[in-house]
Design a protein around this ligand. Structure first.
Ligand code: S3P
Length: 441
């Protein structure tokens, strides 16, 4: 879990980023590979698993419920308990900073007759769980949560649960996945209607494990039906590199003059790749090399060269495909030529921190021109000049992506940027600073 002692660090103006790097495995896919492996009958082998704190929290929780999870050399192996086979955990499931672990495991527990308590750190304990409690309660699960539907929370699942048809009120892959995973151990067909498509790793990977899903379109919405109680077959999974981690290096190489960096093995699932499209619209030079498929997901190496960026109006329809990448996009906008306008980003206010407010404060502190609106930021860039920087530390609010984004801002600053606490970076990208130092020598 995130260490109690903050780890402040100063990020200085950088030499060009050069060479080839490989970012760690995709966080969303890593969580899911452990969870589905834990529900299969037999042994699942996973290569390229992200060994970040969030994913390790998922592994620990699954072990508490009976799955056997270990290492075999570089690979991870999971001996599953079968759909509906979880044991009641004897202690609270400690979720650390991880919303994905919490919400997806709540879905899995909802349709099994077991009771579990979820706890989290200060950031996770502020995040809304009502969005998953509502559909899972409709399926028959019972909840006792802290005020405002937050953690700590105790839930009791039900067997058999009731199959429902649920229309997502917010564009959230976590809510979609929670309902589909509850549907896994529910007799009959559970349906999720998704007006705005979100990342589809759950659907892709569950189909690979042998679950029966029907995916179609009705009245402009995506409709996903899952047939309950399949026997899941163990898989061999190769986790592609995380585009959300590659994003920091794509922006860093775009804004640090002289950079020419190849980021290898980046997952480019269209439900995740919005940032690269937006950076290209701003003038970034990003080439996809050696496009291929890894673990059922499109993957390529990205060659990113420094280029002058121009501000744009970001299409709000792209938001779900780059929802975790806005903090670092704001950094790119802060050094672009002209104005960047982002809208429709209310969901950013309920991430690991309120990312609209946190980035407005952090960028203002380092001398960027930023205006906060209810649902986005309006940023007037420097036109390629470095940001002034600051000796006063920016506040990360236990949010890994704020810390990494402001590290990137430090590279493109005059005096450097002081980050109050880099320890949350270990939730998703443990070797971030080492890779940065290696690329910018
Ligand atoms: C995730 C979904 C997104 C994203 C998060 C990971 C997932 O959250 O922000 O980092 O793995 O399903 P929401 O479902 O809240 O949009």
């Amino acid at each position: 879990m995130i260490s109690e002692t903050p780890a402040p660090r100063r990020f200085f103006p950088s030499a060009p980023l050069k060479g080839r790097i490989r970012v760690p495995g995709d966080k969303s896919i890593s969580h899911r590979s452990l969870m589905f492996g834990a529900l299969a009958v037999g042994r699942t082998t996973i290569s390229g698993l992200l060994e970040g704190e969030d994913v390790l929290a998922t592994a620990a929780a699954l072990r508490q419920m009976g799955a056997v999870i270990g290492r075999d050399g570089e690979d991870w192996v999971v001996d599953g308990v079968g759909t509906g086979g979880f044991l009641p955990p004897s202690a609270a499931l400690e979720m650390g900073n991880s919303g994905t672990s919490t919400r997806l495991l709540m879905g899995l527990i909802a349709s099994q007759a077991i009771t579990a308590t979820f706890t989290g750190d200060a950031s996770l304990s502020r995040r809304p769980m009502g969005r998953v409690i509502e559909p899972l309660a409709q399926m028959g699960a019972a909840f006792q949560s802290s005020p405002g539907d937050t953690l700590p929370l105790t839930m009791t699942g039900i067997e058999p649960a009731i199959p429902i048809t649920y229309r997502l009120p917010v564009a959230s892959a976590q809510v979609k996945s929670a309902v589909l995973l509850a549907g896994l151990n529910t007799p009959g067909i559970t349906t999720v209607i998704e007006p705005v498509p979100t990342r589809d790793h759950t659907e892709r990977m569950l189909a690979g494990f042998g679950a029966v899903l029907e995916i179609g379109e009705e009245d402009g919405a995506r409709v996903i039906r899952i047939h309950g109680q399949p026997e899941l077959r163990p898989q061999t999974i190769d986790v592609p590199g995380d585009p959300s981690s590659a994003a920091f290096f794509a922006v860093a190489a775009s804004i640090v003059p002289g950079s020419d960096l190849v980021i290898e093995n980046v997952g480019l699932n269209p439900t995740r790749a919005g940032l690269f499209a937006v950076l290209r619209q701003m003038g970034a030079r990003i080439e996809e090399l050696d496009g291929r498929e890894v673990g059922g997901e499109p993957v390529a190496d990205l060659r990113v060269r420094h280029a002058p960026l121009t501000g744009i109006e970001v299409d709000p329809a792209l938001a779900p495909s780059m929802i975790d990448e806005f903090p670092v996009l704001f950094v790119a906008a802060a050094v672009a030529q002209g104005r960047t306008v982002t809208r429709g980003l209310e969901e950013l206010r309920v991430k690991e921190s309120d990312r609209i407010a946190a980035m407005a404060a952090a960028l203002t502190l380092v001398g960027a021109r930023v205006q906060e609106t209810e649902d986005g930021l309006i940023i007037d860039g420097t036109g390629g000049e470095p940001l002034p920087g600051s000796t006063e530390p920016i506040t990360t609010h236990l949010d890994h992506r704020i810390a990494m984004s402001m590290a990137v801002a430090g590279l493109a600053s005059r005096d450097g940027v002081e980050v109050d606490d880099t320890s949350p970076i270990a939730t998703s990208f443990p070797n971030f600073t080492a890779l940065l130092e290696g690329a910018a020598r």
